[in-house]
Write a protein that binds this ligand. Sequence first.
Ligand code: AMP
Length: 686
Amino acid sequence: MEYSALVEYYKRLEETSLKTEKTTIVSELLEKTPADDIKYIIRLLMGRVFPLWSEEVIGIASNLMIKAISKAYGINEEKIIGKWKETGDLGTVAEEFSQRKGQPSLYDLTGCTSNKDTGAQRLKVFSVYDNLRKIPNLDKQTAEEKKLQCKKIQEKKLVLIAELLNRAKPVEARFIVRTVLSDLRVGVAEGIMRDAISKAFFADVYWKATLFQKNGKKKRFEKMLSGMKGKTVIAEDKVMDALRSGGGKVIEDFLKDNTVIVKNIEEINSISSFFKKNLGADYVFVDDADVGNKLKKSILDAVEGAYEIANDYGAVAKTVLDAGETGLLALKMQVMRPIRVMLAQKAGTVDEAFSIVGTPAALEYKYDGFRMQIHKRGHDVAIYTRRLENVTNQFPDVVSYVREGISAKECIVEGETVGFDARSGRYLPFQKISRRIRRKYDVRKTAGEIPVVVNLFDISYLEGKMLLKKPFLQRRGELKSIVREMPNKLVVAKQKITDDVKAAKEFYAESLAAGNEGLMFKNIEAPYKPGSRVGYMIKLKPVMETLDLVITGAEWGKGKRSGWLSSFVLACRDEETGSFLTIGKMGTGIKEKPEAGVSFDELTSILKEHILREKKNTVDIAPFLVVEIAYEEIQKSPNYSSGYALRFPRMSKVREDRGPDEADSLSRIVELFARQRGRTNFVTKQ
Ligand code: AMP
């Protein structure tokens, strides 16, 4: 497939913010995509080159991109920076300079790329993907080699990107640059991809109510009917009768232009595959809304369930094309390939927590450390953070605890790892242990200084069997059966099963007294849902509600803060599109001197690398850093794209263990806003 074809879809996606429209656009493209291309086209549509489970990242920041643009178009860097400041988007800057360039010059890329086609040839999607996926491999050298060759590696990276830009049409350059910077901005998140794959490859299910609605939906359905030509529809007999008696030109044409296979509901219920190729039909019309909903849900669940295991919609779609539902059901988790973690919802009280997870519930200490997903195969151990980053090298102590304390040959377990002070035996605050995550050198020394204890709380895979669908208590039983506890090193999380509010409150007090953050309430029958915040796990903390937000911009400071980024733009996540919506600015809670807590200097050096664009003293920052924010209250505000603003926001922590996709969502903000309106102190403040 030519890259220009993909770019046409990018442009259409950019133009709409409606989830349904985006789904239709993506599914249209997927239907046309050859099976061999589908894996990487899906990744590119989602703005990535590597699947979520992969440790590889492109890792190119704006400064290197400026050099690549300069190299591709022979324009000096100052000029590029000047334009960038004006337009605020390196993608459009590349587009503009590409328009001005003359005949493409070709690089001698011996050893760097296998692309032999000339600049005159059209750029293929595969060529773009292939050049980009080579970038991280250039870093795979020993530290010593790296030191010697750092310049050379950088040069090769530049060449790979410049070569693509050089061969790209102007509008293609825009999207190549944005893909490399991980800032594609076409808004195709996981939910949209799930729906689009279902729509493209499985029959679309409709039920009678959607056919006969009197409001605007009827029009939409008629539009859909008239858009159907040459399709095959399986329709329940009752629906056909109703359609025929409804009459009208649209229905007449529909019956003329399409093949309609009439079946009764028993026949429809016994259909084993809705994969279009197997079914031989594109649509299914049923009478009853519940039946329709159930069919539709079973299709979406099959696609989503496969994604939970494969962690890559590219691989899911390829599996569908090769083997339909059967292929999806046969997918297996793999040790050393991390899955997304299940997320917790918040509750304000013990009663609320019980009401969400049901009774009796499993209550556990909520340890204040960071989450580890630990994979073991024989002697090999790999440790991943909740963002699926591999931190095995930073935790040699944990690796040896796992080798010693976990008897299973193959398993994937999860736990909360907490730092503790060996002298006092007390837990250390999260900030201390987070230093161990960042540590790349002298890891053994730091391991000695900040010992950790792993509190295991779940298991998702054991000796070739996936446990995701097993009820929590059964998983906990499996976990206990393979762990030989080693006090202060590797233990199973402290748990109490109860339906009694008083007992829960006592356990909560006990957990807090032991230096923990609070309690977790878990539904004892629930499966493990990767990546979901479905309410199977609830957290209860005594502290005032905080929000996990993403920094998407900042201002350069003045006076004694000059040289540092100060006032930071905070954003929450729009879970539908995956984009970020601003919710306020924050400049407090950050230290001027590098003592306890996070300093301006530290924050500036973390963020500087990720600046996307600069205008005067303001900068846009790629959404990657999550910070925990305390605040007084949430207010409605037209000044920010979320429609809300925080009153007195201040930073309490940098959450390096979290990815932007885990930041609090707009619906969470809406929920908190609604909840706080009931509070008397809020009302009196107004
Ligand atoms: P929060 O970090 O506030 O979103 O709370 C959820 C997190 O609590 C999980 O992601 C874990 O990192 C952590 N946690 C601590 N103790 C437990 C536990 N017993 N079970 C599950 N998660 C826990």
